[in-house]
Design a protein around this ligand. Structure first.
Ligand code: KG4
Ligand code: ZN
Length: 350
């Protein structure tokens, strides 16, 4: 069994997963309250919170699993990409445990953790198409095997979860924004405001959300201080529809490209926090059903950041003998597909 640590963003997490894929413990501590006053994740606050909590969470995860450090076949931790101060906390903790337990260290790419979760939950076989939509990333990838990814598209500016969070902030709906926007959107008229669908109808599978964000801001400003709750709900619904429309257009192009690799339908896997959005899921269900593609959306608890996905990715790598030296460096940027062209304004999100 493998212990997996995650600390690349605003969740401190530790989990123990067996080689058979049983999750013995999966403890996630969200820092939502620490960041809420700022309406977004503050890197320094995140790093300090990881330092304060990580040891305790490891203890909890080991206790809940009912195992000792000697029982571990390996210790896995996110080694990037993400907020470097946080990544260092999890990776250094994993190194210390690996030394004491005399178990190999496995540095996991956080995105690979998301990418392989569907194999833990649904035993999905390679290759499959992955839509990764979170607060930090928006990507479409063909997952060919452990460590083998072909990126079809990425965001050229903001991630889609970030667009939900920023919309929530502009509309004063609270943090984290995604679930709040979805709640308000349920009460609104999605056709009231004509917002842009970035890159819709264009070639390729890249994403862009900054233009949509600007349009939401301008619409909010036009509504002025007299905006009613109904106005806000209509704007939230119009934003959600535009964001999902834009995603669906990109997914359609990716499914076309994927069909060349897997003519017999294949599987589309969705990962990342935005996978919890019901409107997105309904649209994906319609699109995949029409094409005879299987849709796999792991439970929300395993789609958002957690330690089990890191432990599982660690297990997949361990099976292939892919362990790491103790001087492994943390990486702020770490694309899954090193051959993909860098996206100029996306930073570590690409
Ligand atoms: O995967 P995750 O937990 O962390 C990152 O790696 O970023 O994703 C968090 C993101 C946030 O931006 C949050 O607003 C978004 O996922 N999110 C949602 C929903 N639930 C979470 N976005 C839209 N609708 C939701 N129901
Ligand atoms: Zn994530």
């Amino acid at each position: 069994m493998v212990l997996g640590l995650e600390s690349s963003c605003d969740e401190t997490a530790a989990a123990v997963v067996t080689a058979e894929g049983d999750i013995l413990s999966n403890i996630v501590l969200s820092q939502t309250e620490e960041h809420a006053p700022f309406g977004g994740v503050v890197p320094e606050i995140a790093a300090r919170a990881h330092v304060t909590q990580m040891d305790r969470l490891v203890g909890l995860a080991m206790n809940k699993a009912g195992i000792g450090y000697d029982d571990l076949s390996a210790v896995a931790a996110t080694a990037g990409p993400g907020l470097i101060g946080g990544v260092l906390v999890g990776l250094m903790t994993a190194k210390a445990i690996a030394v004491v337990a005399e178990a190999p260290l496995i540095g996991v790419n956080h995105l690979e953790g998301h990418a392989l979760t569907a194999r833990l939950t649904d035993k999905v076989a390679f290759p499959y198409l992955l839509l990764l939509v979170s607060g930090g990333h928006s990507q479409l990838l063909i997952v060919e095997g452990v460590g083998k990814y072909r990126r079809l598209g990425t965001t050229i500016d903001d991630a889609v979860g970030e667009a939900f969070d920023k919309t929530a902030k502009m509309l004063d709906l609270g943090f984290p924004g995604g679930p709040a926007v979805e709640r308000w959107a349920a009460k609104g008229n999605a056709d009231r405001f004509d917002l842009p669908r970035p890159l819709k109808g264009r070639e390729g599978c890249n994403f862009s959300f900054s233009g949509l964000k600007t349009a939401v801001r301008q619409t909010r400003e036009k509504l002025g201080p007299a905006a009613t709750d109904q106005d806000i709900a209509d704007l939230a619904a119009s934003f959600q529809k535009a964001a999902v429309d834009s995603l669906m257009d990109r997914v359609a192009n990716a499914l076309d490209q994927f069909a060349e690799v897997t003519p017999s339908g294949g599987t589309l896997v969705v990962a990342g926090g935005v996978a919890a959005n019901r409107y997105l899921k309904e649209n994906l269900e319609i699109q995949t059903a029409a094409r005879g593609v299987r849709l796999v959306v792991p439970p929300a608890k395993l789609c958002t950041d957690n330690g089990a996905m890191i432990a599982w990715a660690g297990l997949e790598r361990f099976r292939l003998g892919l362990t790491d030296p103790l001087d492994l460096a943390a990486r702020a940027r770490w694309p899954l597909d090193p051959d993909a062209k860098p996206a100029p304004f996306a930073g570590y999100k690409a």
